[in-house]
Design a protein. Structure first.
Length: 532
């Protein structure tokens, strides 16, 4: 509100009585205040830049220089999860403390502007290249004829994805019935345009003559990815079975209420008495509030169990503490106590995997394009080019693929890049692609997330949905849940395609450490196929 903004701006006015500001990211940018003496972070700041900006705001001297008065010159930051990291960073020679409140910016980021490039599928890329050649034609008659031929191919190509709802497999695009329906769609589009008088009967005849060749080109340059929406049902049963808390190892002791301060400039330490502790009538609420921060806990359905376990913990503390020390222990150790309780709760956690909704299946969909960013000064690299350091692989754009369905790709890791080289070199691989973000409609985590597989690969007998994953993450709960959604896709795709002379689908989950350029594709898919 405007009045709040006015109060913030006037904080340094002697008539402003505000002493405490509770905010979200106000110290990040846009607020200029010099009489800031204490910062109390209420959450962990994962970003180093954000932590430095926060400290930098507090380091502004009220009088523009040190006064020699300790309380005026000192900034106090109350300890939190990243406090020790702040101390460690501040004590390094190049820290903002040593630089006397100068925050440096990475010059490479400023000097390397970025650009966005689009990676089209092979057909659309060839259309663009053909258009460039047409633009250079000098003879008007030749230019008109060449442009006419390209426009015809584009018109035919534009309606083919929509024909997916009318056929059971991609080969049926060349049947007379579908050809007639496709050309009718083209006619409707042509005659709805303002320049419809330019589209003659001869133009339509040329479309009919070129239809089969465009369909062949379309078929040879895509992988037949069925259009399927994989979604979970909304009813998921999960929770905790009733149990009693094992309190034998729950033995927290009261803590001193002194606040210790460590000066970063000279590492001197002093202390002040904290005091002012809030006395609560319900200590169990304090523990329950902490437990509610865990994503697995639903207060509405589990409140009885939460209060039961919290009170069992309090009963244990009451057995060896008086009232004041009991309050001290619960308030100062609430996070540890809640973690202790939560650990035992997870031993009694149950989760029934949600069912998947039976989907409608269509035989194929168009290949979506990719939009990539790259440093303007960087060249597009050949796939086989060795990038050093390997951590720079995600920033590069690669080309030079012969079996890929797009012209350009980026890779999230060296593992993915090496696997792409395997696909290019292996004779069993006919075509492959890295799907765009919206290529698949495979949903998981209660339909809140869309699964984006790393690769789709076609061989003579199968089509593979492939994920490369860090070895230590293979047994991760999220990885397993995504795998279940991917298996559902492969199941429904296979049920449909095998009934219509198509190829079965398989799901492959490959640990990153086994991907070597010398590996064969056949070995990897046989070793790491995931089955229901």
């Amino acid at each position: 509100k405007d009045e709040n903004i006015a109060q913030l701006i006037s904080l340094e006015n002697p008539d402003n009585i505000i002493e405490i500001v509770i905010h979200v990211n106000m110290l990040k940018e846009g607020w200029d205040v010099t009489n800031l003496y204490t910062i109390i972070p209420l959450r962990t700041a994962a970003s180093q830049t954000l932590r430095e900006q926060t400290i930098g705001r507090g380091l502004r001297l009220p009088f523009g220089k040190r006064t020699g008065t300790d309380k005026v010159d000192k900034l106090t930051i109350v300890a939190h999860d990243k406090f020790q990291e702040i101390i460690d960073e501040a004590n390094k020679p190049g820290s903002i403390i040593k630089l006397e409140n100068i925050i440096t910016i990475d010059e490479e980021e400023l000097s390397n502007p970025k650009e966005v490039i689009t990676s089209q599928n092979n057909i659309e890329y060839r259309f663009d290249e053909e258009q460039k050649k047409i633009n250079d034609i000098v003879v008007p008659e030749d230019k008109i004829k060449a442009q006419n031929d390209l426009d015809i191919k584009k018109h035919i190509y534009s309606v083919l994805p929509d024909m997916g709802k009318k056929v059971s497999n991609i080969s049926e695009l060349k049947t007379e019935e579908i050809k007639k329906a496709a050309i009718e769609n083209i006619k409707k589009d042509l005659f709805s345009r303002p320049q419809q008088e330019f589209f003659t009967e001869q133009y339509i005849k040329e479309i009919e003559a070129k239809y089969d060749s465009v369909v062949d080109d379309f078929t040879n340059n895509i992988i037949e990815i069925p259009r399927i929406i994989i979604q979970q049902t909304h009813e998921v049963k999960h929770g905790f079975t009733d149990f009693d808390l094992d309190t034998k190892n729950l033995n927290y002791q009261p803590v001193s209420e002194e606040i210790f301060r460590k000066t970063l400039r000279d590492n001197k330490e002093d202390s002040i008495f904290g005091g002012g502790r809030i006395i609560l009538d319900r200590l169990d609420k304090l523990i329950v509030n902490e437990l509610m921060n865990y994503a697995e806990i639903d207060y509405d359905s589990q409140s009885n169990l939460l209060f039961k376990l919290s009170n069992q913990a309090i009963e244990k503390f009451s057995s060896y503490l008086d009232k004041d020390n009991l309050s001290n222990v619960v308030q100062y150790h609430k996070k540890e106590i809640s973690r202790f309780i939560f650990t035992q709760m997870m031993d009694n956690f149950y989760y029934e995997t949600p069912q998947f909704i039976e989907p409608q299946v269509y035989p194929f969909t168009e290949l979506k394009e990719h939009n990539y960013s790259k440093y303007t000064q960087d060249n597009i690299l050949d796939l086989k080019f060795t990038v050093q350091p390997t951590s720079a692989v995600p920033t590069k754009v690669f080309g030079g693929m012969k079996k890929a369905c797009h012209r350009l790709y980026k890779f999230d890791s060296k593992t993915e890049k090496d696997f792409a080289i395997i696909l290019e070199n292996d004779i069993q691989v006919l075509k492959w692609l890295r799907p765009a973000k919206d290529q698949f409609n495979i949903y998981w985590k209660h339909n809140s997330k869309r699964y984006e597989p790393d690769f789709v690969v076609e061989s003579a007998d199968f089509i593979y949905l492939i994920e490369t994953k860090k070895e230590t993450d293979i047994d991760n709960f999220d990885v397993k849940e995504k795998a279940q959604a991917a298996l559902q896709y492969c199941k429904h795709a296979t049920n449909f395609t095998t009934q219509h002379q198509g190829k079965a689908w398989k799901y492959i989950l490959i640990p990153h450490n086994v991907v070597l350029q010398s590996m064969s594709f056949d070995y990897l898919v046989k070793q790491y196929e995931v089955k229901v």
